[in-house]
Design a protein. Structure first.
Length: 371
């Protein structure tokens, strides 16, 4: 069978993912083209460019794009400049053709967003939540939030729902672990329960993993390469993006950033340890000492940068959002002071996309060939 130009590393905007001219890989090839068109945005790409970047034959690209157009996912974006012959037709993704819902379950608040295929927020809603009230009440809160944002917006088929929750949890099985502060959640199959109740595919992941996935989906700082997202809210955690992919660890336990011990004789932490970064940092926040909290966060960030040698440090969460300049400058100052250990100073910036948006990006991921 003809496999086109091969399936190895292909130059261009496809991120090195090659296509294959085999009917069994229809979904794979569809995802390759949709991902390229999403990255191209409104200007679009021509069929010849799509073929060159994927390694698919022009004939295969024409068949796939015709099918995607019939499904409403792809439309013409106008004509490209002529290179001596007939001007080429440009194709673009139709953002409104499908949507996903992202839900952020914090310990005391729930936020839901409806996003289109380009990641644009079409609608959002937030309200109070008592995560400690137990699974039954939290599930009902998720269902109500999803219904709210699905009802308001243009009619389109849903792709699925992404849910971001406190950890630990197993993102593969969709089962929660003994969530820090709420051990009664251990063993609860949240993803399965929600899929049955919603009748839609559901992706479940830690809040910090969703946030770092949002960075990549938005194409902003840290979208490629390696970065760490540090979240300061009702808890303290990290999302890791290493070599262009979200890193979760073999047991889905990566990113428990807040439970590194900074003071051996420090105050007890709800994880059972003493002197953890989380309890020290949140105690400083509770006292109104945001500068002190930022310095503590910076010490933890410096440890992480020295260990992983990441390209960027991104800060997010409600505490950071309340005074982002204090936290960005505080973390940056500590990294600069420890440059002999961390090496060249990585940029420190506020994350511009939220956790709920990241959860929606995870739900959209399979459509574009991303896990």
């Amino acid at each position: 069978m003809n496999r086109g130009k091969g399936r190895g590393n292909v130059s261009g905007g496809g991120g090195g993912r090659g296509g294959a001219n085999l009917p069994a890989l229809r979904g794979h090839n569809d995802a390759l083209l949709l991902d390229l068109l999403r990255s191209a945005g409104a200007p679009g790409l021509g069929r010849a460019e799509l073929a060159a970047r994927t390694g698919l034959t022009p004939q295969a690209v024409s068949k796939i794009t015709a099918r995607l157009a019939a499904e409403g996912l792809v439309a013409e974006a106008g004509r490209g400049a002529s290179t001596g012959g007939k001007p080429r037709t440009l194709l673009r993704l139709v953002p409104q053709a499908r949507y996903a819902v992202g839900v952020h379950l914090d310990r005391d608040r729930i936020r839901a967003v409806r996003v289109d295929l380009a990641g644009g927020v079409v609608d959002e809603w937030s309200g109070p939540l008592d995560f400690g009230a137990g699974p039954d009440l939290v599930v009902e809160a998720v269902l109500a939030a999803v219904v709210r944002v699905r009802a308001r917006g243009p009619a389109a088929p849903p792709v699925g729902v992404g849910v971001a929750a406190p950890g630990p949890l197993d993102w593969r099985s969709g089962v929660l672990g003994p969530v820090t502060g709420f051990p009664g959640w251990a063993g609860y199959p949240l993803r399965e329960v929600l899929e049955v109740r919603l009748g839609l595919p559901v992706v479940l992941d830690k809040d910090t993993n969703a946030a770092v996935a949002a960075v990549a989906a938005a194409g902003g700082p840290g979208g490629t390469g390696s970065c760490v997202y540090l979240h300061v809210g009702t808890g303290l955690g990290a999302g890791l993006r290493l070599d262009g992919a979200v890193y979760r660890g073999a047991r889905s336990a990566a990113g428990e950033f807040g439970h590194q011990v900074l003071r051996l004789d420090g105050p007890p932490c709800r994880c059972g340890g003493r002197g953890c970064l989380e309890v020290l940092c949140l105690d400083a926040v509770a006292r109104g000492d945001l500068a002190g909290a930022a310095r503590l966060l910076g010490e933890g960030a410096a440890n992480l940068v020295a260990l992983l040698d990441v390209d960027r440090v991104l800060l997010g969460g409600r505490v950071v959002a309340a005074d982002p300049d204090v936290f960005v400058e505080g973390v940056r100052a500590v990294l600069a002071a420890r440059r002999s250990v961390t090496g060249d100073l990585p940029p420190v910036e506020r994350a511009v996309v939220g956790v709920a948006e990241g959860a929606a990006a995870l739900a959209l991921g399979p459509l574009f060939g991303h896990a």
